[in-house]
Design a protein around this ligand. Structure first.
Ligand code: HEC
Length: 177
């Protein structure tokens, strides 16, 4: 009995992988035109993001986020459809304009999706192969939950605001534009 169940589970998994293979890309092609979250590339690898230089982008839906203040605590909540993407560059010099990143890491706000963790779908795309992988294991969301309290990154969130799992929260015109 057990082996039958196992082989059925494997067949279902193979089918799901097949579906993934022909499904539409989750990361939209127009991401290079989105607003940047950090004017200067973040430099120095952090666990989970090994590329030396990283630039984060936010789509127009994400830009609608407004921190809410209640009882002296600040809460960030991104609208459904928000996408925050990080382009990782392997080179040893800061990326030039239009340079192709080696890896894209994205968080897509879609709380109703069974693949979402903490309300976000976590996706990685290898730009060379174009292959996207959804990370529904706790790997991404666990580390990003530390963004919701004081942490060593960005502005360090000293007040421990709920940042909706985002380390570099969107503040308009971070790129000076
Ligand atoms: C061990 C910790 C850690 C893990 C694991 C991790 N991240 Fe991050 N992530 C960070 C930190 C720190 C930043 C902000 C600083 C930077 O860009 O290096 C960040 C930034 C980001 C950003 C830009 C938005 C923001 O939060 O500032 C995205 C998008 C992102 N990560 C996606 C992912 C995805 C997708 C995964 C899983 C494949 C992942 N991360 C795994 C620590 C992590």
């Amino acid at each position: 009995m057990k082996t039958t169940l196992l082989s059925r589970a494997l067949a279902v998994a193979a089918f799901a992988i097949g579906l993934m293979g022909c499904s539409r890309a989750l990361i939209p092609a127009d991401w290079p035109s989105w607003e940047r979250l950090n004017a200067v590339p973040v430099e120095g690898a952090v666990p989970g993001h090994e590329e030396r230089f990283r630039i984060a982008f936010i789509n127009p839906v994400g830009e609608t986020v407004k921190p809410v203040v209640a009882n002296r605590s600040v809460t960030w909540k991104y609208s459904d459809g928000s996408i925050i993407l990080k382009a990782g560059y392997q080179g040893s010099a800061p990326p030039g304009k239009g340079e192709t990143p080696s890896k894209l890491s994205a968080m897509i706000k879609k709380p109703g999706d069974p693949r979402a963790r903490g309300g976000w779908i976590w996706v990685v795309r290898d730009t060379a192969s174009g292959i996207e992988s959804v990370i529904d294991a706790p790997y991404c969301v666990d580390c990003h939950s530390y963004a919701n309290g004081p942490n060593p990154f960005g502005d360090k969130n000293p007040a421990g605001d709920f940042r909706d799992y985002v380390y570099l929260p969107y503040t308009a015109h971070a790129d000076g534009g």
